[in-house]
Design a protein around this ligand. Structure first.
Ligand SMILES: NC(=O)c1ccc[n+]([C@@H]2O[C@H](COP(=O)([O-])OP(=O)(O)OC[C@H]3O[C@@H](n4cnc5c(N)ncnc54)[C@H](OP(=O)(O)O)[C@@H]3O)[C@@H](O)[C@H]2O)c1
Length: 341
């Protein structure tokens, strides 16, 4: 019997989907066939040098898939992930649709890989901003115990998807040529040469955005710390790729900056770049395309005991989405939690 899996990639034309297709190839994932799906608009389009996109519509053939990697938004996941599961596939979903469901594992490969054992068909991939923070926070928690987190993010436009990247480029191009930029259609305000203190929406009159709520709720679920004191402010910045985050981390036991550097240097999926006097610290421009989460500017918060400040940068399309989804798929294979049909 072949041990290679038949894999569906849903949302294959998008920012995350196209990265997942590339990574399946780069990491030589054991796939017998990869079938890209997107909306009816993209039917027949060629992706990842030679694969033809199928429309996810009433005529879509869902038979015979072992694994389905979803990155097509919550609505598509809600409608289609259960159907793939009914047809025998395990779904790894990038949207926020299933993340907070109690019977759906929400997994960061370096943080709580054991959670995938509990899967009942769907495994959720966390929010990109929470994901990169948690790769760094978990080893700190294991060493010194997390008391409180103040999370501030500077998030790139590719985090909103392919059309948002185009919006930034078009506005920036117009402004650099002294032309009136096109009106925003993806963001509520112009993103070029601006900083928006709003990532996603203010739902039902909440003072926090849905993105900030995701960071808070998902961090608690993944760390298994339902009472963790954590607050978040998420801003959108005119950067194409990579989210940057300032984390203020209070611990139960005192951790010196040197101890913190040492333990993070040994942590899986983390790279420490911390020589500020030489201008060496994590930069979005240098982290783009990397699978690791980068951390630097590790220093004491002199205004509060047992508290450190850190600067954390991750590629939102890679570790924030595609890399972790593929790592989950690899874990499913390693642990025989997905069966070949
Ligand atoms: N971007 C990130 O950094 C990031 C990180 C973590 C999680 N996510 C999540 O991943 C998902 C995708 O994000 P993205 O940034 O890749 O968005 P995107 O670039 O806008 O891509 C969206 C994809 O979904 C497809 N799609 C839309 N409606 C569909 C439908 N009705 N049926 C089938 N396919 C449909 C699109 O196909 P067409 O081209 O045919 O429209 C496209 O392939 C979202 O849930 C997002 O929250 C994104």
């Amino acid at each position: 019997m072949s041990s290679a899996l038949r894999v569906a990639v849903v949302g294959a034309t998008g920012a995350v989907g196209s990265t997942m297709l590339r990574m399946l190839r780069e990491r030589e994932f054991p796939a017998s066939e990869i079938v890209p799906f997107a909306s009816e608009r993209s039917a027949g389009k060629e992706v990842d040098s030679g694969l033809r996109v199928r429309a996810l519509g009433p005529d879509a053939d869902l038979e015979g898939f072992d694994l389905a990697l979803f990155s097509a938004g919550s609505g598509t996941s809600r409608a289609w992930a259960p159907r793939f599961v009914e047809h025998g596939a395990v779904v790894v979903d990038n949207s926020s649709c299933w993340r907070m469901e109690t019977d759906v594992p929400l997994v960061v490969a370096e943080v709580n890989p054991e959670a995938i054992e509990q899967h009942r068909g769907i495994i959720a991939n966390p929010n990109c901003s929470a994901m990169q923070a948690l790769v760094v926070l978990k080893p700190i928690h294991d060493a010194a115990g997390l008391e409180r987190i103040v999370f501030s993010s500077y998030q790139s436009t590719s985090g909103t998807g392919a059309r948002a990247v185009e919006e930034l480029k078009e506005q920036a191009h117009a402004m650099l040529h002294d032309i009136e930029p096109p009106a925003p259609s993806i963001y509520p305000h112009r993103i070029a040469f601006n900083v928006l203190p709003q990532v996603e929406t203010f739902k039902d009159g909440d003072d926090y955005t849905t993105e900030e709520r995701k960071v808070i709720g998902e961090s608690r679920k993944i760390l298994g710390l339902p009472d963790l004191r954590i607050t978040a402010t998420c801003a959108r910045v005119p950067v194409l790729n990579c989210h940057s985050e300032a984390l203020n981390v209070e611990t139960r036991r005192d951790l010196t900056p040197d101890e913190c550097r040492e333990l993070l240097a040994d942590a899986p999926g983390v790279k420490v770049v911390d020589e500020p006097a030489h201008g060496r610290y994590p930069l979005a421009s240098e982290v783009a395309g990397r699978d690791e989460v980068f951390v630097g500017r590790i220093r004491r918060d002199e205004s509060n005991p047992r508290t450190l400040n850190l600067w954390v940068v991750g590629d939102n399309l890679r570790k924030g989405a595609a890399t972790n989804a593929i790592q989950i798929a690899e874990l499913l294979v390693e642990r025989s939690l997905v069966s070949v049909s």
